[in-house]
Design a protein. Structure first.
Lengths: 380, 386
């Protein structure tokens, strides 16, 4: 069916989304839950989305997705941002689903996709900068002769790992390290141990992996295909696109507190213009269905940079208001009713989170990989 | 925040627009290679009537005029296609002043007799025109008009000074903003007049611009024009001028994209092949990262040029706001791309016999036209406030 993005269809579509959000959104979901995701708060919302057929906006309908076109997904992203809904805290719908749809075996798709759609399984990823003791795997046979994999090693510094059911990890085959393979590591499996490291921004986790036995379905793609799959993950994703309207909204909110301060207003206008440019760029990439890793890297480079500038602006706008930690209740002995000392709330948290935002694909690596692609003549 | 402000942007060309692009690209490749362009710039007139006629023969000068006036009925996306190709070859013929600005005034001006007289002459490539709106004190404020048009009998008498009249030296006719009422910076009370270039009392100082084009400073000393020389209603010319300058701004945004792409391509090739201290320039990480920033700039500029070309149906305030976003953004990105193209090429980039410096000059001129990044950032901020 051809659905035009020209009005009036576009306006109707938007109205439908708006009405659905107004009716079904869980009040517990707010901007706050972006940096402190709460699975209980997400459950009813994900259930409502699933019932409506909108649990995965960008997936094809035959996998249970909404089957929306690029402009419809863009409208969805704008409307959810408008309603202050945080971006999905799990990589399941936006990143892992598309990977399994493109590269997973049918049995694997049947095994993992339904739980991603329903929100029963949350997914994270730890693919950047493998350490010297990054996991390795060896092959083993299961009771009925099926192929299994045994993982050993450590995965470091993963945010929100305590909330995740699966982690995408790359591992090389032991003892002779070949090219990496990509696995879904169930974090509840025997042999997986998490250590929590309080941090600037969300807590990070160190994950020890000791003789963890994985069934064959946990290998994504072929053995040794990890590099290609990681390149797939670097293409522009719904995760990248969902972020941009939220940044635009957050910039407008931050600026609302800066009215009258010409310097801050000026700085805010520059940021907003850069965000419009990023938005236009991302839309163009999505509408033209451009899928090169280079496009993804350029988008991410600019997004993380503007995210950081936005957070710096919010910090400047808040001033003293950014000083109070938002962790925990007031200290004992306080005799005023509890309220948020941070005013407006979230400025310092946004700043700390934004600095970490560049880490999953560390900025320098984004530069290096983008330069290689550009010099090789991949122009997009 | 206005929303959804980017929904209706067309980021792709129709088949016909793509054909127009191909045709123009091939024409310029054959007729407007860098050496040929340099010949045109060095000529007495500084532009080529032969090329102008060829553009008319190809239908390009009429691409954006209605079919009942001899045009092809195109719009802002056709302008984008044409201006981007002109940017790729830094074309100096007076398309911006004649077709985009004067043509825009005639299309939107609601003066049928003037349109019927001048549009066919533009489409046929017979006459060129210029729009005189900037004044010594006005900077980028279109409403700051000190030139006066006093009523005399059935007509008006124009007095005042205009600067930076693009395409002025070659123009057969001028469109001029002048005050028929109101105070010096008021939007109300501005009218747009048609004045033949050879009218009595029009004095001109013609000069070359920093990018090899031509412009004029004009003084109007009691220039008499008839009442029919007004485009649209008297006193209401600001709305018309504002719309046309927004369209011209969108046009130079597209032109900048063409020029930026050429600079990026040239710089990539240079950095791949230029060996210094035993290694290609591109092997240095600091150079690589600059190339990535240039690429980001080119991608953003292209997306913003499409945004600027998608505002034909927006209300003036929202159109102003997004045109400002586009011009400010492209202004910053084109400066980055231009400066780095020049500097990564080293001294070669600065020499006039090499093309890169000429593209840099044109991008610098475009930065200054219709408001620089500073001006447009300020206007964006003002229009974004509730």
């Amino acid at each position: 069916m051809h659905r035009s993005r020209k009005s009036p269809h576009a306006a109707l579509f938007r109205g439908e989304i708006r009405a659905f959000i107004a009716r079904r959104r869980a009040p517990e979901l707010s901007a706050r839950s972006a940096s402190a995701p709460d699975r209980a708060a997400w459950r009813p919302w994900q259930a409502a989305l699933l019932a409506r057929g909108w649990a995965a906006p960008a997936w094809p309908a035959r996998f249970g997705g909404a089957g929306w076109s690029a402009w419809e997904v863009a409208a969805w992203n704008e409307e959810t941002a408008r309603a202050h809904l945080p971006p999905s805290p799990t990589l399941g719908v936006d990143v892992v689903g598309p990977l399994l749809i493109a590269h997973g075996a049918p049995a694997q798709q049947a095994r993992f996709l339904p739980d991603i759609l329903s929100g029963a399984a949350w997914w994270g990823a730890a693919l950047a900068h493998p350490d010297a003791d990054a996991p390795t795997f060896r092959r083993a046979a299961g009771p009925s002769g099926d192929e299994r994999f045994v993982l050993d090693g450590a995965v470091r510094w993963v945010a929100h790992a305590d909330l995740m059911d699966y982690l995408l990890v790359a591992a090389c085959e032991a003892p002779s390290p070949g090219p990496p393979s990509l696995f879904a590591l169930p974090l509840g499996a025997p042999g997986v141990a998490l250590r929590r490291l309080p941090a600037v921004g969300p807590a990070l986790f160190e994950i020890a992996v000791t003789d963890v036995v994985l069934e064959g379905a946990c290998l994504i793609g072929e053995v040794g295909a990890g590099a290609d799959l990681i390149a797939f993950l670097e293409r522009p994703s719904q995760r990248d696109l969902a972020k941009i309207p939220r940044l635009r909204r957050a910039a407008a909110r931050a600026l609302a507190h800066a009215r009258g301060d010409r310097d801050l207003e000026r700085r805010g206008a520059e940021l907003q213009i850069d965000l419009v440019a990023l938005d236009a760029c991302a839309r163009r990439i999505a509408l033209l269905d451009r899928t090169s890793p280079l496009d993804g890297r350029l988008l991410r480079l600019q997004t993380t940079r503007l995210e950081q500038r936005l957070a710096e602006l919010a910090l400047a706008v808040a001033g003293y208001g950014a000083l109070a930690s938002e962790d925990g209740p007031p200290l004992p002995g306080s005799n005023l009713p509890p309220r948020l000392a941070a005013d407006p709330p979230g400025a310092a948290r946004m700043y700390f989170d934004a600095l970490g935002g560049a880490l999953p694909g560390a900025r320098e690596r984004l530069y290096d990989d983008a330069a290689t692609a550009i010099l090789e003549g991949h122009h997009g | 925040m206005a929303e959804p402000d980017l929904q209706s942007i067309e980021f792709r060309l129709t088949e016909q627009q793509a054909m127009l692009q191909d045709m123009l690209s091939r024409f310029l490749e054959n007729e407007y290679a860098f050496q040929a362009r340099q010949g045109v710039v060095a000529s007495q007139a500084g532009w080529s009537r032969r090329h102008w006629r060829q553009l008319a023969d190809l239908g390009l000068l009429g691409a954006t005029f209605p079919e009942d006036q001899g045009g092809l009925g195109g719009g802002a996306l056709e302008t984008l296609v044409i201006m981007e190709q002109f940017g790729r070859r830094i074309v100096v013929e007076p398309y911006l002043s004649t077709v985009v600005m004067a043509g825009g005034l005639l299309r939107h001006g609601g003066a049928r007799a003037l349109a019927d007289e001048h549009i066919p002459a533009i489409v046929a490539g017979e006459r060129t025109y210029a729009f005189a709106f900037a004044e010594p004190q006005s900077r980028y404020d279109l409403a700051d008009v000190a030139t006066t048009a006093a009523r005399r009998g059935d007509g008006y008498v124009l007095s005042g000074k205009k600067i930076a009249v693009l395409g002025g030296p070659a123009a057969d006719g001028l469109f001029v903003t002048a005050r028929t009422g109101g105070g010096q910076k008021e939007r109300a009370g501005i009218s747009v007049f048609y004045v033949p270039r050879d009218a009595a009392g029009v004095l001109g100082l013609d000069y070359k611009t920093i990018d090899g084009q031509r412009a004029s400073e004009l003084i109007f000393e009691g220039v008499e024009v008839p009442a029919q020389a007004v485009l649209g209603e008297p006193d209401e010319g600001y709305v018309l001028a504002d719309r046309v300058i927004d369209e011209a701004t969108a046009a130079v945004c597209a032109e900048a994209v063409g020029a930026m792409d050429v600079l990026l391509e040239a710089t990539l090739e240079w950095c791949r092949t230029r060996i210094t201290f035993g290694e290609p320039l591109a092997s240095r990480q600091v150079v690589q990262h600059r190339l990535v920033e240039m690429k980001v700039g080119c991608e953003q500029a292209r997306a913003m040029a499409y945004l600027a070309a998608s505002l034909e149906n927006d209300a003036p305030r929202e159109r102003n706001r997004l045109i400002s976003a586009a011009k400010a953004s492209i202004g910053k990105d084109s400066r980055y791309v231009g400066q780095n193209a020049l500097q990564l090429h080293g001294a070669l980039g600065f020499t006039d016999e090499f093309h890169v410096g000429h593209y840099f000059r044109r991008l610098t001129a475009i930065e200054l036209l219709f408001g620089d990044a500073e001006f447009h950032t300020r206007r964006f901020a003002e229009l974004s406030a509730d």
